[in-house]
Write a protein of this length. Structure first.
Length: 422
């Protein structure tokens, strides 16, 4: 195996950096600016966003389970990453073409379809294959550091998306912005995939794809992986709470707080700087002191930060508590992600990456945005954008999200880490 010591080789650090950067650029644009585009350009109706987020989550989850299992059975990672990133780049840039379609309902339908197609290729390249790849080439001694690198690149990607998006959209429009993102995803993602090397411990399995998936749901296998699914329950509850407000964050800052799209993006940009600086030290602490308690503590602090964020309109306090909730989101992501990868069965890492997406994407991005969209529709202020009436997401979405996130503590307390098992 390439990573038998605590040190991660330079080549694989570069691979992790390039792929995680490209993948997260695409996902962050899809998670936030697809929603902003749909709201500001096509129709300011929050429930349309909720439906789009739910549909793409379903597409991503099914893809990750099937393609993750496929990569396990065939014993391949690299070809799926190369092919996936090429197609992902093209489909990322394709999304705004939905705006040319009329009437509005048909435009919304095509926007949702384009998002689902993009999610298929992204989930193949990143969620199914790259997540398993990281587990293949790391050990419990350096996995926290590797996930720390992934989170740093994730935050840098988000930083660039929020820092550049407002400027590009304000001066050049949404179309140039999406084309620019597609180019970035293609260059960095394909380069990283080409530099990757198939793990030495990966080989084809003597089993059919359908049986490989079906075997996981046998009672003995579920019991054997009890801690894995308990942690996933915690991730699911966290994710539902997070998705209540996250798809509407820039819209909230723009239309409730009263910031321009440029300033709204800059608020998130500044908050992210704190997390980037502290992400790698967090990964080191998690490797040193364990995953469980750092993850649990981050849940409580995230909930407090979100409540405080929702109570203020003043830009200074919005920045302070925005930085806090993004930082504790980072801590939770590194802690829970490392904990989960520790618990992957060796012969099912690609497939179990799929179950991670099942709990962290499908089970969160369907109910979460629907709850947020309903709250926005029922309790938000009326707004008219481009002659179309809609509603503005209220602070209540952050408060409800915070309470749901707090529930994640329950299954996390019951789950054991690898160190607890020894």
């Amino acid at each position: 195996m390439i990573f038998m010591s605590e040190k991660i080789s330079k080549r694989y650090i570069i691979v992790i950096m390039l792929i995680s950067f490209a993948g997260q650029i695409a996902w962050q644009v899809e998670n936030q600016y697809y929603n902003v585009f749909l709201y500001n350009v096509i129709a300011p109706v929050p429930i349309y966003i909720s439906i789009m987020v739910a549909a793409s989550a379903i597409a991503a989850t099914i893809t990750t389970i099937v393609m993750g299992s496929f990569s396990d059975v065939k014993g391949i990672r690299k070809p799926l990453m190369v092919f996936g990133f090429i197609a992902w780049a093209i489909t990322t840039a394709m999304f705004p073409l939905a705006a040319f379609i009329t009437p509005i309902l048909l435009a919304v339908t095509f926007a949702i379809l384009f998002d689902c197609i993009m999610a298929y290729f992204g989930s193949t390249a990143y969620d199914a294959t790259f997540n398993a790849y990281i587990t293949d080439i790391t050990t419990t001694k350096n996995r926290g550091k590797a996930n720390g690198i992934v989170q740093i690149m994730t935050l840098i990607a988000i930083l660039i998306v929020y820092g550049v998006s407002g400027v590009i959209i304000s001066f050049y429009g949404y179309f140039v912005f999406f084309y620019f993102v597609g180019i970035l995803v293609g260059i960095f993602g394909v380069l990283g995939a080409l530099l990757s090397v198939e793990p030495e411990n990966l080989s084809p399995l003597n089993i059919k794809l359908g049986k490989h998936i079906k075997n996981t749901f046998k009672k003995e296998n579920l019991k054997k992986n009890k801690d894995f699914f308990l942690v996933l329950m915690g991730v699911m509850l966290w994710g539902i709470g997070f998705q209540v407000f996250f798809p509407f964050t820039v819209i909230y800052l723009q239309h409730h707080i009263g910031l321009t799209i440029l300033m709204a993006s800059m608020v998130v940009f500044i908050a992210l700087l704190v997390s980037i600086i502290l992400a790698f030290p967090v990964g080191i602490l998690i490797d040193k002191y364990g995953r469980k308690w750092i993850t649990i503590i981050s849940v409580g602090l995230e909930s407090i930060s979100l409540i405080l964020f929702s109570l203020f309109l003043d830009l200074v306090f919005v920045l302070i508590f925005g930085a806090c909730y993004i930082f504790f989101y980072t801590v939770f992501t590194i802690g829970s992600g490392t904990w989960i990868k520790d618990l992957y069965p060796e012969e099912k890492r690609g497939q179990f990456s799929g179950y991670f997406i099942l709990f962290s994407v499908l089970f969160t991005m369907v109910p979460g945005p629907l709850i947020g969209g309903w709250i926005a529709s029922e309790f938000g202020k009326t707004i008219v954008v481009g002659g179309i009436q809609g509603t503005i997401p209220p602070p209540l979405i952050f408060q409800v999200g915070a309470l749901i996130i707090l529930l994640a503590i329950i299954p996390l307390l019951k789950a054991k880490s690898i160190k607890d098992r020894k």
